[in-house]
Design a protein around this ligand. Sequence first.
Ligand code: AQP
Length: 335
Amino acid sequence: MNRIFSGIQPTGNLHLGNYLGAIRNWVALQADYDCIFCIVDLHAITQPQDPAALRNSTREVAAAYVAAGVDPDRCTIFNQSTVPGHTQLAWLLGCMTPLGWLNRMTQFKEKAGKQRDMAGLGLYSYPVLMAADILLYKATHVPVGEDQKQHLELARDIAGAFNRAYGVDYFPLPEPQILGTATRVMSLRDGTKKMSKSDPSDYSRINMTDDAETVALKIRRAKTDPLPLPDSAEGLADRPEAENLLDIYAALADRSREAVIAEFAGAQFSGFKEKLADLAVAVLGPIGAEMKRLVAAPDHVDAILARGADRANAVAAPHLAEIYETVGMLRPQHG
Ligand code: AQP
């Protein structure tokens, strides 16, 4: 069976983009793949995190997976720091990753901003850890949003470099899977920026745990333009906010963009936004309520994570032993 690895950072404010661009697709994949879904807490600390908030977010992300329909009996759900192989493999891979490859990564440039010299080494080597996450399990497929495609390309390059350096065919080159209609959900305040957990404005995103009133308010306040909705896809040119809202509607309703444009052709935003809010509440409401229920009684979530860590370690440890052997690490046994 082909194997999938994917993950989300526990950095708070899980939002509609995380749901439509990642979690919802995973639910569909679990029937056909051996799925490993991680909460990547080691990635989260590439930027400063409050320890208590990090712990809460880790449970909240696990709760989101389960509440959205990822089945912990079929899939492996765990947090990254409970499997030491991730950092161990990251070191080996980092030793063979040219700096030139990392210098091309646009996410580092965006996140480091003007303070490049103050950015941490972890933020810079983030894509190497991501490669280790995937390769540790010899995952064959990685569902990623558009924004993570460059990192996955790098993971493929690193896998190829390892195989060539040691004359082996050990790591499969992981294939990207860009799924679903809404691969990139944009901010409600600016249709040219992606919806993001770290956007300082809460009105830029719909959080998975927002209540119905908040969802409706955020959609009502979402930036639009003065024109009515277009009657064709061409009419969306230079209208990023209209495009984003229509795409969100299509993704939530599981319909094509064309069908949604046809339904709302010539409509005013006010009426469309009401329908969009109802739809968003109908889809996210039950998931958000279940997330809150799970987080309020964390023993169940912790048990899921502990079981997932055991399963993940059982796959990772033999792989790491083989990799160490290939690289030439001596593993002396006690007499
Ligand atoms: N706006 C989005 N549209 C579609 N997919 C998205 N994803 C994130 N934002 C959108 C997908 O969610 C998965 C997990 O992302 P992540 O939390 O690990 O990191 P990220 O992509 O950096 O997410 P954020 O929300 O933008 O977090 P911050 O603000 O902390 O950087 C990935 O599959 C991603 O594609």
